[in-house]
Design a binder for this molecule. Sequence first.
Ligand code: AMO
Length: 426
Amino acid sequence: MKRMYCREIRESYVQEAEVAGWIHDIRNLGGIAFILLRDRTGILQLTLLKKPNKELFKHLTTLTRESVIRTKGKVQRSEKVMNGFEILPESAEVLSVAAVPLPLGVADKVESELDTRLDNRFLDLRKKEVRKIFYLRSLLLKSVRRTLENEEFIETHTPKIVAAATEGGTELFPFRYFEREAYLNQSPQLYKQILMSTGFDRVYEIGPAFRAEGHDTVRHLNEFTSIDIEMAFSNHHDVMDLLERVIVEGYETVRKEAPELMEGMNIPENVEAFPRITYTEALDIAKKKGLRIEWGEDLSMEALRLIAGESPDLYFITDWPDAIKPFYAMPGEDDRTCRSFDLMYREKEVTSGAQRVHDYELLKKRIADRGLDIEDFGFYLNAFKYGMPPHAGWGLGAERWVMTVAGLENIREAVLFPRDMHRLVP
Ligand code: AMO
């Protein structure tokens, strides 16, 4: 007999079925007992009568919560249970007995501290509302891949063990690589740009990025998943257009393919384009609301909250001061801005991107002007010497995106096993 999921028992009427899963709860009333069995699709009631099979009754009702069993029995329609169907077990096999007490309750409604939950993530992930976040995450990533593949992007994998910094040089994790020092990569930035010189003119990568930043906040991780794209023969506006399509398709995918995930999610309806306001315009909003801030300063959380108050949920801030953005950003028409943009969800930055400098001499100068060592960037600069088309791209933080969609307070909830300043295990 083929094992069926709890949900299938609800949906199709079969006379006999085999199911397997975890014991969510047991209610023993003496002559009759109810066992709630849980699998990835939901919960099913097993109803046991003592009379016909005393042995089986005793065997199952004395099990601990979260033990794993497989059972076969008659399927019976029942008005009293949520699914409309229950199983009357005729035989059962205990596959694993759970120890007591559980370090974290699964069936109980009590809220646990995030730290306790993350310490016992294998139990925490048995909860429906926690698992929902990861179904959402998986679906959004599937949608991103589909959108990009439809637009003829190819999936690439660039090294995570590297010799040079990408985003400035301060936030790297160094480690010993045979006789040398190497680092965990902060971003595929340099490699995705190198690929633009090869003729792979549309690439994407979904992979880990490592940042040794000492920010102990609800928005920062030391290892996150970066969704990166790079596109040749295009400018910053082209890749902002693409980002809109990727995000909107993500929402559509959840709406169409997983309506059961929609409850409680921040999925806006009928959005197609996100407004693009310049840094200067954003600054003016904050200033008008009384904030003292000078042109050229990075936008503080306080400034971003004021700006978000005047904007729809999703909006771009474009044309940033050149001095506060990385060397690879293309300078604007004036002498103070660059073609960089951020996609914001309210006051949170979800994506950064830019049109890049593709001129060898200008790029070399910008690296030197930032006090970086040209020697370190030789492997990167070489790709600009022998024919490099104009290009642009962005990096979308998977966890930041999931966080905004699922309305999570803490980014750690969007990662199975988060890495932060204090957490290296599990
Ligand atoms: P940036 O450094 O802004 O840009 O990163 C891009 C996006 O990655 C996410 N992100 C983070 N998520 C969690 N924890 C962190 N510590 C963290 N740091 C960044 C954010 C952010 O918007 N190379 C450029 C991208 C590009 O221009 O293509 C870059 O890495 O969502």
